[in-house]
Design a protein around this ligand. Sequence first.
Ligand SMILES: [Zn+2]
Ligand SMILES: [Zn+2]
Length: 262
Amino acid sequence: MAFGSARSTRRARGVTALVVPHGAVRIRRIPILPMGMVNAHLVVSRAGAILVDAGLPDTEASVHRALQREGLGWGDLRLIVVTHAHIDHAGNAARLRQLSRAPVCAHRGDLDHYLQRRPMSFCPTGLFGRLFLRSGLIQRPYDALEPDILLHAEEVLDLARFGIDGQVRPTPGHTAGSLSVCLDDGHALVGDLVASGILLGGIAWTSRAKSPPFEDEPALVARTLGRLADEGARRFYLGHGGPITADEVLRHTQRLLRQHGG
Ligand SMILES: [Zn+2]
Ligand SMILES: [Zn+2]
């Protein structure tokens, strides 16, 4: 990954812009909540940027700040990928689409939840998940979202037309309609397929993989993660905590398979 080779030589809107060599991209973490507890990410190429996850409602200032740090504005956002329908990933997508006019890509498996037609199921993975569920925070409704690009079943979206060498891929398990952004250089942005750290995620021990507070099908999560690693994903960027290595992800999948079977 050629993070270090990006050069700051161009000026735009009074902010130093990054000139990214052809084919190279940068990944910028957007702190939706501090200490890595809730992250969105920007993938920045010379063609602009794509946003992976929209964050909680009313957090557009954090996304705008991240764009500005790359010398970009709302108009440079080419695509919004929502990894799944939980409020901390999809809650602000309708608002961000309004601001940026970028299309939203999501998967059919979570469509009823995006449209707010049906409440989500929350399967706690431990004590924190059970307590968090009682707070009611994660079950709140948010502005209904009709995706512009809806992937079905195993369908993938090639990101070449957005200036990025990679794909949006269905990666079910955390929810039925979970997506990941997989870059050809081995970087994968996987939403909540795995988390790291403590409690919600982030805060401490962020190099250690763990399950997020909720997970629909742990055995399917393990198979999906194993497939991503098999296909060359080396570094995983997460909605909670991260980033983590493929080795750590594989240790986590082994634990999941021991507890939940394959
Ligand atoms: Zn989630
Ligand atoms: Zn989440």
